[in-house]
Design a protein around this ligand. Structure first.
Ligand code: YSA
Length: 346
């Protein structure tokens, strides 16, 4: 057996020395080191040998295997070098050309903004929670004080799922806002809660420069004893200053959302014209950035929070609109049209 191994070694090395093509190297590897090679057969047959033969043949066969593997690696290196040398000689490879730098990816501008906004609220003690994009009608509407046939449902053009109940209703939809997570979170916890919810929302929109059918919102809410509108204003004022700069002024005005009472909209003074009025702020000097309010007592009751004991505030902002304002971007559709000339600027 030892003689057979020596014979195999001599044959394999003679052949290997004559190889100068990478494809022939692979054929050689299969022939001498592959599953069906003579060497592998010898190693597999060791079990049938006597103890003494097993010891001697096993050691020699394993040594040969290691030797052939090392010889192959050395030959591969030599063949690679000679292939390159031939390419240079033949003028096919110019090693003086500068290398091509690998294309590095980056975070999408909405992801960057999302992280920035989440970080600001996290430093204020808010916890980040995510929820489902496909939502029950109950959470998206009913539990938020928007029963069927309530005119407020018209504020959200809804994409319903193709799934009907026995009475023909479609109880599932692509969530139109992140507010349903207020209910889901409050159902599963007792106060105090202080949570923000980033996520995609969907609307059956005719898209234009300020409307997308899919966009991001960030919901935020806090419920505890003695929470007042002053807490809402303080929190959002601090947020706006951190995101848009110390010098920004903030304006609150009444607005209507069925799940808050009172409801407000918050605007910041236009950073392009400093409140003087320009095209970006439609001449008003102010730019609306979010809807908010004090959580409606009916909503609290629905999740078994006693509105005589607990109060809370909530707000919801559109992420792309904030990005547009921050960078003076005129068309929201640029975010999702995959034009790298646009995306590389962030
Ligand atoms: C209000 C009060 C609360 O206590 C909590 C949350 C809210 C916000 C409410 N859920 C809501 O969705 N209001 S909204 O319909 O006015 O949308 C909120 C923000 O989303 C808008 O201010 C806007 O910035 C953005 N938005 C709305 N439709 C959009 C859009 N962004 C892009 N494309 C659209 N089609």
């Amino acid at each position: 057996m030892i003689a057979k191994l020596d014979e195999l070694r001599a044959k394999a090395i003679t052949e290997l020395d004559g190889i100068d093509k990478p494809s022939d190297l692979e054929a050689w590897r299969i022939r001498y080191l592959g599953r069906k090679s003579a060497l592998t057969q010898i190693l597999r047959g060791l079990a049938a040998l006597s103890l003494e033969e097993k010891r001697a043949t096993g050691a020699a066969a394993n040594e040969l295997r290691a030797f052939l593997e090392k010889s192959l690696a050395l030959r591969e290196e030599a063949v690679r070098d000679s292939v390159i040398a031939r390419a240079i000689e033949g003028g096919r490879l110019d090693i003086t050309l500068p290398g091509r730098s690998p294309a590095l990816g980056r975070l999408h501008p909405t992801t960057q903004m999302l992280r920035q906004v989440c970080n600001i609220f996290m430093t204020m003690g808010f916890e980040v929670v995510e929820g489902p994009d496909v939502e029950w009608e109950y959470y998206n509407f009913d539990a938020l004080n928007i029963p069927q046939d309530h005119p407020a449902r018209d504020m959200w053009d809804t994409l319903w799922m193709d799934f009907t109940t026995e009475d023909g209703r479609r109880p599932m939809l692509l969530r139109t806002h992140t507010s349903p997570m207020q209910i889901r979170v409050m159902e599963s916890r007792r106060p105090p809660v202080r949570v923000i919810v980033p996520g995609k929302v969907y609307r059956y929109e005719a898209t234009d420069a300020t409307h997308e059918a899919m966009f991001y919102q960030i919901e935020g809410f806090a419920v505890d004893r003695n929470i007042t509108l002053a807490d809402l204003k303080g929190t959002l004022f601090e947020f706006a200053k951190r995101l848009f700069g110390e010098e920004r002024r903030v304006r609150f005005r009444c607005d209507y959302f069925p799940f808050v009472e009172p409801g407000v909209e918050m605007a910041i003074d236009c950073f392009l014209c400093d409140g003087a009025g320009c095209q970006l702020c439609s001449g008003s000097g102010w730019i609306e950035i979010l809807g908010a309010g004090m959580v409606h007592p009916e909503v609290l009751r629905r999740v078994n929070y006693d509105p005589e004991i607990y109060t809370g505030f909530a707000f919801g902002l559109g992420l792309e609109r904030m990005l547009m304002l921050k960078h003076g971007i005129e068309d929201i559709r640029l975010f999702y049209s995959n034009d790298l000339r646009f995306l590389r600027q962030f």
